[in-house]
Write a protein that binds this ligand. Sequence first.
Ligand code: KIV
Ligand code: ZN
Length: 518
Amino acid sequence: MSGGMDHDRVIIFDTTLRDGEQSPGASMNLDEKVRIALVLEEMGVDVIEAGFPFASKGDFEAVQAVAEAVRNSAVCGLARATRGDIERCAEAIRPAARGRIHTFISTSPLHMKYKLQMEPDKVLERVTESVTLARTLTDDVEWSAEDGSRTEPDFLCRCVEAAIAAGARTVNIPDTVGYALPDEYAALIRHLLDRVPNIDRAIISVHCHNDLGLAVANSLAAVKAGARQVECTVNGLGERAGNAAMEEIVMALRTRHDLLPFTAGIRTEHITRASRLVSAITGFPVQPNKAIVGKNAFAHESGIHQDGVLKHAQTYEIMTPESVGLHRSSLVMGKHSGRAAFRAKLKELGYELDEAAVDSAFIRFKDLADRKKDIFDEDILALVDDAVLRGQTRIRLASLEILCGTMHNPPEATLELDIDGEVKSCKASGDGPVDATFNAIKALFPHEARLQLFQVHAVTQGTDAQAEVTVRLEEDGKTVQGQGADTDTLVAAARAYLNALNKLLVKRQKTAPAALSA
Ligand code: KIV
Ligand code: ZN
């Protein structure tokens, strides 16, 4: 590890906006990426990987916008080991207070032979060339050995040494395919520390995928072995089974400080808020039993557990809900609650919204309070998330009326949509009220996208509960997820469909992300 740095400090490198966005369906637009980046910055994330600038104009602009907006975290862009990628990346991060170029090339026999079709010596040359070029454009360069965990250890040592000699300050050893086991991965990190002569001039980073459910365990084993940067994502989002979940890494370091005597600079009370925001924006629900951020992570169902917790919380709680920013669900407000109380509640729930956003959320809150007697924290979260999701859209729901039931066949939807500022209306029928609604959307805004998922969940209990609907659409191999919430399930369904459709329109503007090969 480089001189002058605190040896027990673990750098948190968040790649929700890059690797996380590579999850099929988890696309985010520019505004959404900036919003997430600002929350990550407030949490104290050290490095935010904002995207892959060469992949598309949209990615480039998003990295640039994050670099402009964020002041306290370093902002990083990904680049393959090519001049075009590296120069484009440098341009995107230029506005950053602290910008990083993260360049990578595959080093495993399998990847070199089949993916790159390059001899190891050529790959080694490219390591030097790419890092040298990146260093002419910025001081902070990270180099990654893609498929590092399946790389022949001595070749990996040579590549790492070359990258450091060319000026890389961070060398990342990804477990790209989530294949490693904790002991094995830790041994590889120790091997690098023992064998690479200039290793003290760089920080070793780890980047673990979760294909065998071991991403967090592998990352922590690597930290114990000497790695001092962990790459991770909020909610464990990422390619295939995802990346190591940031909230799990950070809370393990905090909760088991006795055996993991390292610190991360994360303000853990922001975890719940970040998790909810990422889930709302990507449309990826968090499973109820997900560690740290799942709905049930702090819920005690059995009588024995409840009794124990009431007597002494630590009987069944190894961390407090408050330490991750979770406030126990309470009956909050009703139709007589004012704007000040509403704003205070938003703050308590972790939302710092600007005046316009508070105004629009307050109008929706009042509307909800007219229709629903008891309003819980979850209701407020759902309506704020729904408002956040509908921030920048081309197609908006203006009105929806449905005729259905046993006496009316087939069900009929009368729909008004605001499309690019022009209100259009139509009637459509379908096999059920949801089908009729979606057919009406298709009639007003023709498209070829196919519905892959339609999922409804009740935000709270009771027949007046808000419905939260998730819709997944697929077009030309691109998938997007949308969400919508309302006490009327059909309105929620229409909102979710439109949210997905709006995302698809953004995605259409992107060129297909280049395959991750050098
Ligand atoms: O998983 C991986 O190897 C990556 C690299 C590009 C760092 O995401
Ligand atoms: Zn990855």
